[in-house]
Design a protein around this ligand. Sequence first.
Ligand SMILES: Nc1nc2c(ncn2[C@@H]2O[C@H](COP(=O)(O)OP(=O)(O)O)[C@@H](O)[C@H]2O)c(=O)[nH]1
Ligand SMILES: [Mg+2]
Length: 196
Amino acid sequence: MSTINFSAREINFKIVYYGCGMSGKTTNLKKIYESIPGTAKGELVSLATEDERTLFFDFLPLDLGQVNGFKTRFHLYTVPGQVFYNSSRKLILRGVDGIVFVADSAPNRLRANAESLRNLRDNLTEYGLSMDEIPYVVQVNKRDLPDALPSDMIKKVLDPSGKTQFFDAVAAKYIGVTEPLKAVSQLVLEHLAQKA
Ligand SMILES: Nc1nc2c(ncn2[C@@H]2O[C@H](COP(=O)(O)OP(=O)(O)O)[C@@H](O)[C@H]2O)c(=O)[nH]1
Ligand SMILES: [Mg+2]
């Protein structure tokens, strides 16, 4: 649900990076954050729990062009991937405009990817949303792993509609990081135009 700030003439969008634990969501946000000039971004906020890996959200406003004279500001969030943090995950999905699903290419994470997608679908359902309505793209991360599964295999598991855009990535090396963000941003803007 985009929100409009009339005094600042800004439209705000919320993009959530979803996926199982350790797939590379935080890495994506950090790389994106580093790549944006200081004036164009707000603070990167992370709420860490005892376990360093469970940073539970990152926040990043990012300007990407104008719509009808309004600036667009994207707020990027990651969710904690660990199964037991579902209440935080659900909360972070509130008002989501677009989702980048970060999949892990490791063979032993195929099932975790699939379970995370199912969890995403369940959580969206609780907000009365469906995967078909929400702009959604997939980043297939960790393509550098020597035993990475074929992208096509991962795609079959994670493409609910058969129409999803997929992007191979090595987020740790900033490869394939901007592409899915641009794609989902484009979809979000198109989605807004359709509703208007
Ligand atoms: N080999 C490899 N490791 C990665 C890649 N991207 C992230 N990682 C590593 O995977 C681990 C988990 O990454 P993180 O971003 O914290 O995952 P998150 O739990 O989804 O937020 C870290 O050790 C990262 O350095 C990648 O493209 N290739
Ligand atoms: Mg993380």
